[in-house]
Design a protein around this ligand. Structure first.
Ligand code: 73E
Length: 806
């Protein structure tokens, strides 16, 4: 319901009086932010309750998206936008002498995720609600989000992210919905009087799981779904067991921190317990709701409930559902197995071997004894059934328990009805290579769902200057349906439109330049090309290749001081997992190269390097609208999809990419002329793996440019990296360059030279940029979740939403 500006002002003042006993004039930004947050929350609380009631009354099938990470970032502006209040709020606040944007900065990022996987989960939450789909998130309420990153002497330093320090305005603690989760101890099976085998628990620990719910507000559709995050507490019944501070700490630490790993798995007890904790709490609460509210026989569960396993971290959903159905609901194993398979579906997000989770049998048995018994039974039955249908070897390779380990991806595939990859190329690789054995066994289970992004956030909210040009040019329908961005294609030769888009970009670049100056004291010109690489730091993503090219440019200018080139600012944003030594070495080298180049007067500002610390969702929101070039340069086959590639194109950046992940689909969307592609293809990479013919040393010997660039790491050219430089050098030469940086170097340099040339012709550049914006709508997570809803979850949108859309 629309809200009048004057009423808005009055309500805000009223809330300040109620919550803080204070007049607006005396209130701090913090206090005004909380009052505004409370106002916004009150605006959707009725819709939240009604949505839930509607799903129950209409017996709607619901999906529960289980993810160990969610990365919503700030929610104020997104909630205001979705409630149709953004303009009203902005105007009302302006009248009161307050700037909405600076108020929004008060909100701490909710950073309960590492990177793409967690952000995708949050984009899906937004889109599921915005499409009127009955769907909820289920995860962990970590006390500390992903660490805060600082640089000290060029090294990454990690500080705790105390995001809850001043409270979290959006969440509601629901004590009455708490459940108990049992871990550890011993479990054996004993016969009941009815002659059934039932598990008996001994010396187990009971954890109290308390849910905190956050409303996921749909875009102008009165739908508010729920993100439920679980926090651990000590149950009253167990208080006497936790007398010591240390004992309490251990337990309370369970939901204290998010594991700061991306594509690197550290087999740690706490992590496994975290996984079971949120899985068990989530499934118990789903079943409780089903029995109490849906009130249908448990055998009909799959008609009303769908559970999505986001990567393998929630794979225990399979045995936990079996436990509840068999141990607690008294179903036969066969019936329970049939239901579980129908309810569960699974997404794979990576082919990196080290990220495919495996747990030792010993750890699993000690930590989660009942889970292990059930997994053993699933495994034994799998082997028994498949032996009759497939060769022995194939069955052995695909079973869940192998070589003393429990394979969580195998469990997820065997225990669900759908396995999907996150971009076409990735899904094909799953079928042909990574999960090929499973594809032979279950060909019908495999499918692709290319990732998408919450377009409203990544265009309207973060990029107002561009949004205004779009409104003036193609009308406002694109704000609801990003497919309408296509209309912009009619203006690709309209000089006035191209100029307006260029002006909008310039405004964003100036804003970022100011931020860079403020945070790093580096002065950059908004006339330079803003060349951006923002993502987790990982060898396969090849931030180092970017650096090698920068060093080449530096050496070229030193050799030829009058070198004619476009000015460039290379902007990095990346966190390295604290235990990922090599990634941290790369950070140090980039920072030292920055120091060298930024302060060398011979360079005359033609190149600048800016490594912005603490890359997170809010920083992405500042960088992305200002980007000219989007670096998507992972080794082909390694990046499952990527999603910053989609956000950057939507904001008019030109992609410089390998044919990896969703880059392939971006190329298909914009055409070869509006993207810069370089490097090995995924097929060529696999050929190298097979023929073992790659020699980085040979490239070093034969290519003087490569030699000069690499030598800069060990001959003192880049200062202060005596050890780090050697390590980089050795990784490339002595250990033969695992990610083929040197093999792709020449074609990368060539693509960069073409970009340099293209930017010189502004009309040409702006046209490419426009074509990227116009085709950005294709990667909307609205569309992605609709595909999941239709093909996998079998859920339908709220009726009123269907009629609204016609
Ligand atoms: O390519 C990205 C993808 O866009 C992929 O690396 C990332 O997921 C994104 C969303 O689909 C991803 N993260 C993880 N695996 N894949 C991961 C693995 C272990 C721990 C935390 C995250």
């Amino acid at each position: 319901m629309a809200l009048d500006k004057e009423v808005f002002k009055e309500e805000l003042k009223q809330r300040l009086r109620e919550n803080y006993a204070m007049e607006l004039e005396d209130a701090s930004k913090q206090e005004i932010f909380y009052a505004l947050g409370a106002l916004v929350k009150a605006r959707y609380s009725d819709a939240w309750r009604d949505t839930w009631k509607y799903y129950v009354d209409k017996h709607k099938k619901q999906v529960y998206y289980f993810s160990i990470e969610f990365l919503p970032g700030r929610m104020l502006k997104s909630n205001l936008l979705n409630l149709g209040l953004l303009d009203t709020a902005r105007e009302a606040l302006t009248d009161l002498g307050i700037e909405l944007d600076s108020l929004a900065e008060v909100e701490k990022d909710m950073a309960l995720g590492n990177g793409g996987l967690g952000r995708l989960a949050s984009c899906f939450m937004d889109s599921i609600a915005s499409c009127g789909l009955p769907g909820n998130g289920n995860g962990i309420r970590y006390d500390y989000g992903l660490f805060k990153q600082r640089f000290v002497d060029g090294y990454q330093v990690e500080l705790p992210d105390e995001w809850l320090q001043s409270g979290n305005i959006w969440e509601i603690r629901r004590e009455s919905k708490a459940v108990d989760v049992r871990v550890g101890g011993r479990v054996y099976l004993a016969e009941t009087i009815e002659g059934k085998l039932k598990p008996v628990y001994e010396n187990e620990r009971i954890l109290r799981a308390v849910p905190y719910d956050t409303g996921m507000v749909g875009y102008e559709n009165n739908v508010v779904n729920t993100l439920r995050l679980w926090s651990v507490e000590i149950p009253d019944s167990e208080e006497d067991k936790y007398q010591s501070i240390q004992g309490r700490r251990e337990l309370e630490d369970l939901t204290a921190v998010l594991y700061p790993d991306d594509s690197n798995e550290h087999g740690r007890l706490i992590r496994l317990t975290q996984e079971y904790f949120f899985v068990s709490a989530g499934i118990q609460s789903i079943i409780r709701h089903y029995k109490k509210r849906v009130q249908k026989p448990i055998s009909n569960l799959s008609e009303y409930i769908s559970i999505h396993i986001n990567d393998t971290h929630p794979a225990l959903c399979v045995p936990e559902m079996m436990r509840i159905l068999v141990d607690e609901e008294d179903l036969s194993w066969e019936q329970a197995w049939d239901i579980t398979g129908k309810v569960m579906s699974y997404t794979n997000h990576t082919i990196m071997a080290e990220a495919l989770e495996k747990w030792s049998i010993d750890l699993m048995r000690r930590t989660l004894p009942r889970m292990y018994q059930i997994i053993e039974e699933i495994d034994a039955r799998y082997v028994q059934t498949m032996r009759e249908l497939h060769p022995h070897d194939l069955v052995e390779r695909t079973r869940i328990i192998r070589n003393g380990q429990v394979h969580m991806a195998h469990l997820s595939i065997i225990g669900s009805h759908s396995t999907n990859g996150v971009a076409k190329l990735h899904s094909d690789l799953l079928k042909s290579v990574v999960l090929h054995d499973f594809y032979i066994i279950y060909p019908d289970r495999f499918n692709n769902k290319t990732n998408g992004i919450a377009q409203r956030r990544w265009s309207q909210i973060v990029n107002e200057p561009m949004s205004n040009v779009l409104d003036e040019t193609i009308g406002k329908t694109w704000r609801k349906d990003s497919g309408d961005l296509k209309l912009l294609m009619n203006y690709q030769s309209d000089q006035a439109v191209l100029e307006k888009l260029a002006e909008a970009k310039k405004i964003n670049k100036q804003v970022l330049a100011d931020y860079i100056l403020e945070t790093t004291e580096i002065e950059v010109s908004a006339d330079a090309i803003f060349d951006v690489q923002i993502k987790r730091l990982h060898a396969y993503k090849r931030q180092l290749l970017n650096l090698l090219h920068i060093i080449k440019l530096y050496q070229d200018i030193k050799e030829n001081p009058d070198l004619d080139m476009q000015k460039r600012v290379f902007i990095f944003g990346a966190k390295a997992a604290p235990s990922y030594h090599y990634a941290k070495v790369i950070i140090k080298c980039i920072n030292e190269a920055a120091n060298l180049i930024n302060n060398d007067s011979d360079i005359k500002d033609r190149i600048k390097i800016v490594f912005l610390p603490n890359y997170n969702v809010s920083l992405a929101e500042k960088i992305i609208p200002a980007a000219d070039v989007s670096e998507q340069i992972s080794l082909a086959s390694k990046e499952a999809s990527g999603t910053s590639n989609m956000k950057l194109m939507l904001n008019g950046a030109i992609t410089l990419a390998t044919l990896d992940g969703a880059n392939v689909e971006i190329r298909d969307a914009v055409g070869d002329d509006n993207i810069y592609i370089f490097g090995l293809t995924e097929k060529e990479v696999y050929e190298y793996y097979e023929n073992q013919e790659y020699s980085a040393h040979q490239l070093y010997d034969e290519n003087p440019i490569i030699r000069r660039v690499l030598n800069a790491f060990i001959d003192g050219t880049i200062p202060n990296i005596v050890y780090e430089g050697r390590e980089i050098f050795d990784s490339l030469i002595k250990y033969n360059d695992e990610y083929f940086l040197l093999r792709d170097f020449d074609s990368y340099v060539k693509a960069q030279e073409e970009i340099d040339k293209a930017y010189g012709d502004q009309i040409f550049w702006q046209k490419m940029s426009l074509i990227n914006i116009a085709n950005g709508g294709r990667f909307s997570s609205d569309e992605t979740v609709r595909r999941y809803a239709e093909d996998i979850w079998k859920i339908e949108p709220k009726d009123s939403f269907v009629t609204e859309k016609g």
